[in-house]
Ligand binder design. Sequence first.
Ligand SMILES: [Zn+2]
Length: 392
Amino acid sequence: MTEANPSVHAGGAVRFTCTTTSTGRARLGRLETPHGVIDTPQFMPVGTQATVKSLSPGDLRVAGTQIILGNTYHLALRPGHERIARLGGLHRFMGWDGPILTDSGGFQVFSLAHLRTVDDDGVTFASHLDGSPLRFTPERVMEIQAALGSDIAMAFDQLVDPAGPSAAVEAAMERTHAWAERCLASRTRSDQALFGIVQGGTDDKLRRRSTAAIAALPFDGIAIGGLSVGEPKADMARTLEVVGDALADDPRVRYLMGVGSPLDFFTAVERGVDLFDCVLPTRVARNGQVWTSRGRLNLRNARFLDDAGPVDPACSCETCSTHSRAYLAHLFRADELLAYRLASLHNVTYTLDVMRRIRQALRDGTFASLRDVVARQYEAVGGTDKPGVTGR
Ligand SMILES: [Zn+2]
């Protein structure tokens, strides 16, 4: 059940309208961007190298995708943002005319690049492709995202291990705040929104400080970074609670970076999160793991070689309406390329469908019972005849 009086936040490039619900801090919203409207809560499939691996833009549309994410770090290194700009921008380059969010490269610089040196001005690092020396500063990252032409750009942030020394977590947070202001100062496009990123590890005091600092700046949306990097689930839930309380009724859209597990969606949505992204659904699909209403199945398992049933009888995607588990089990064993597409198409469809059902449950006031249903499905290892894992 939703309450009246939607809150509205209109920035230069996006407009976010949301209503509170009877479920904790959960909101139901609508984010209008230059390339289309996004219903929230929403999940963004990740198109790292200007492609969601193995899926065409047509596949993504049919799966129900409303917005995708592109990786600034990867695209700047290859094929190069200037080249993409010459070719008409990222939307035209990849043939996706819907909304695109680009990350700032912060996560990749700190997880992929070699030989990094961080100073207050930026980061010097060696490309993971060929070792060539590169430098990212807040201004440079804004220039790259402007060239890509995404609907939503992200501020450049510094990530550190939340389990590391608290002085290091605090220093990275302070640097992230200073870089946030420089990103805002170097905006050049009025048709591109800019989101700030809250850091501070899993330290409640630092998270409160970071939320206050980022929320005080004129960003179009607020992202929560530095989570889903291996910390205990309870730490993530508590940190989201702290950030949600600190943001209170801030009307801007909230985005939890790097989370794509269905159970984590519930934890975050009831703490006020509106947007998610993650490579998880497509990465596990390429390894043969599909998420279904009958549990998680590993299609590489020999038990599926004679299974004539669909991957998920409750799913209407092309994979489930056309092919058998036996066929996919064969494709994976034969290392056939179609296996990646069919499994990815199903997992993206499943993930976006969980989001659609979350939105419906928020409208109906049935969020808690939906969480129980999805938890039973997701936690079950399918194909082991576990009782109580049928239907949806
Ligand atoms: Zn399916």
